[in-house]
Design a protein around this ligand. Sequence first.
Ligand code: CA
Length: 224
Amino acid sequence: MRILVVEDEPKTAAAIRKGFAEKGYEVDLCLDGSEGLRLAKTGNYDLLVLDLMLPGRDGWSILSELRAAGVSLPVIVLTARDAVRDRVKGVSLGADDYLIKPFAFAELLARVQSVLRRASGTMPEVIRIADLELDFARHRAARSGSPLDLTPKEFALLAFLARRRGEPQTRATLAAAVWDMPHEGESNVVDVHVRRLRAKADDPFERKLIQTVRGVGYVLREHA
Ligand code: CA
């Protein structure tokens, strides 16, 4: 997998490059908007991570130019925390996902993996289990039609379990998958987040979907 990162802040760019390299992705960095657009059009990349405020040419114009040229390269936009309206604008311009700065690399990695999976067409965009509905494109979850107010980590945890419904997951697997960290001594983090997730996604509802598997971890399934 080859990723193009167009980002002019040296620290952010370096952190992204290092993170992807550690995960075995090939990364090309570009600090300038015009050069970024040229590279994105070459067809040499599987995904574009695009900052919005750039010298040369801004991210919006790169995105609209790419889409106008019929380039379907998946794009993840990095944007400032308060630019809420940008999110809407980005959707209409055809970005595949967004990340608000500052972000943890694990979060970017999760988005990248999700966008790449969707781009390869192997993952459904919506999963329904009983009355639970998970919309991966919009990072939204609902039960019985009522939206669940989940943090990104809670959503990631729920999504991970939902994609492997009926298959018990160990705390170590969950820690590695959702938090991108070694599991040694971290199982408590998983338990704490599962408790918070249950409080929102299970406790208010009669049917409990997230179940504890004694001596193993957790599983999401319709029936006990
Ligand atoms: Ca910038």
